[in-house]
Write a protein that binds this ligand. Structure first.
Ligand code: VGL
Ligand code: ZN
Length: 198
C-alpha cells in the first residue's frame, strides 16, 4: 500500500485577504506541513487561470460574482477573478512547505472550462494527468486536504473514489466556501460515495 497526500489549492487568493478568500484558509498550513513528512507521494495542486477565464464573472458582462451560468458542460458558478497565472494571488501560501512536493499539478488553465477536480476538468472527461502520475508512482491510498472543502477538495475526492482509489479527506486540514449550503451538500455527497471523512 502506498499513500499519497494531495494538497488542494493552498494559494493566497483562497486565504484571508485573497480575491476568493475562504474563512480560516491559512489556519490549515501548519497541519499540512506536518502531514507532508508522513507520505511517500506528495502532490500540490494549483488553480491556474488565464485572465480571460470563463469562470470569472468579470468576463461575463453584467454578471455578478457567485451567480450561476450555463456552460456547454453544465452549470458553473461565476467567481471573482482569482488565481490568475503568475500573480501573487496564484502563489502558494508563503508558509506552505511547497518544497516538500514531488509534483505540482496546475488546473483550470484552459480559457473555456473550469477545473475544480485535480483529476478531471468540469466536463468530467478532460484529464489533468494526475491519475497516471499516481498510478505510476504506485499510489493506492489518497488523503486529501486543502481548499475549498466544498469545491476543489470535494470534486477531487469524488473523482478519486470513482477511479478506484481509497480516499480520505482530513477535514481539520480543509476549509470551505459554503455557498448556499454547498458545504453540507458536499460532505453528504462524499460520505455517500465512500470517501472517508476523517
Ligand atoms: C476553487 C472556486 C474556484 C477551489 C477554485 O479551489 O475550491 N473554488 N476555483
Ligand atoms: Zn478557480
Amino acid at each position: 500500500m502506498t499513500e499519497a497526500l494531495i494538497v488542494i489549492d493552498v494559494q493566497n487568493d483562497f486565504c484571508p485577504s485573497g480575491a476568493l478568500a475562504v474563512a480560516g484558509g491559512d489556519e490549515i498550513v501548519p497541519e499540512i506541513n506536518a502531514m507532508l513528512a508522513d507520505y511517500s507521494v506528495r502532490v500540490l495542486t494549483q488553480d491556474w487561470h488565464p485572465a480571460d477565464h470563463a469562470s470569472f464573472a468579470a468576463n461575463h458582462p453584467g454578471a455578478s460574482p457567485f451567480s450561476m451560468v450555463e456552460m456547454p458542460y453544465g452549470p458553473q458558478v461565476l467567481w471573482p477573478v482569482h488565481c490568475v497565472q503568475g500573480t501573487a494571488g496564484a502563489a502558494f501560501h508563503a508558509r506552505l512547505n511547497a518544497d516538500a512536493a514531488d509534483l505540482v499539478i496546475r488546473k483550470g488553465f484552459r480559457t473555456g472550462i473550469d477545473s475544480y477536480s485535480a483529476f478531471f476538468e468540469n466536463d468530467h472527461t478532460t484529464p489533468t494527468g494526475l491519475e497516471g502520475y499516481l498510478r505510476t508512482r504506485g499510489a493506492t491510498d489518497l488523503t486529501l486536504v486543502g481548499l475549498a472543502t466544498d469545491f476543489c477538495v470535494a470534486y477531487s475526492a469524488l473523482d478519486a473514489v470513482r477511479l478506484g482509489f481509497d480516499v480520505k479527506v482530513r477535514l481539520s486540514a480543509c476549509r470551505g466556501i459554503d455557498l448556499d449550503g454547498s458545504l453540507a451538500a458536499a460532505l453528504e455527497q462524499m460520505r455517500n460515495a465512500g470517501v472517508k471523512l476523517v
